[in-house]
Design a protein around this ligand. Structure first.
Ligand code: ADP
Ligand code: MG
Length: 183
């Protein structure tokens, strides 16, 4: 089995080579998850795409979701991350990694449903991230109180790897959504 770092290199390169614009119906297979809350809007966390990540923002602009509050991650000290309310076209600011995040003035919420970017996944729904563990750290804290939070990895089908090494801090995903459907 390749190490996490070798796999990261391999899948960065594959994603760059095979990247394509995704259909606007991409999120349809998870509609049943997004419609669960009957008494209030669902808080759905997304990510602002970078480095050839599947572009959810374009999809959401073409296909507006109803009864959803969007959240975007913002980086904090000690490798922590929080999710702030954000609407399509709201302003963004650049963080120390050079990626875009919402403004601090927007309210913080814990997502009901989390859509996670990833470099690679396997059939057991293990996630290979970028090597900084931000999502693992956030989830180890919040899942204790929010056991029902649903974690969905967002990927192109070519990001599937035979087997991804994992350790005790790696949080397994509930679903993986690719252009070929839901796993
Ligand atoms: P990624 O999930 O981004 O692919 P890793 O799983 O390799 O990255 O994690 C990166 C680093 O973050 C590792 O050193 C890991 O030990 C650390 N880490 C992950 N989760 C936690 C946690 N809950 N508490 C403290 N450190 C963590
Ligand atoms: Mg991890």
């Amino acid at each position: 089995m390749l190490s996490k770092n070798s796999l990261r290199k391999k899948f960065y390169s594959i994603r760059k080579k095979k990247y394509f614009d995704i259909s606007k119906n991409f999120l349809q297979p998870i509609n049943f998850i997004l419609k669960k809350k009957k008494t209030r809007k669902v808080f759905l966390s997304i990510y602002y795409p970078m480095k050839f990540e599947l572009n959810l923002i374009n999809i959401l602009k073409k296909n507006k979701l109803k009864n959803i509050n969007l959240l975007l991650p913002k980086i904090y000290q000690n490798k922590q991350m929080k999710f702030h309310l954000w609407s399509l076209n709201d302003p963004l600011e650049v963080n120390s990694f050079g990626t875009l995040e919402p403004l601090k003035s927007k309210k913080i919420y814990v997502p009901d449903v989390m859509l996670l970017p990833l470099l690679a996944f396997d059939k057991n729904r293990n996630r290979l991230g970028y090597g900084k563990g931000y999502y693992d750290r956030y989830l180890s804290k919040t899942l204790k109180k929010n056991k029902r939070m649903i974690k969905i990895g967002i990927a192109f089908s070519f990001q599937k790897s035979k087997k991804i090494p994992f350790n005790s801090t790696d949080v397994k995903l509930d679903y993986i959504l690719t252009e070929k459907g839901i796993l």
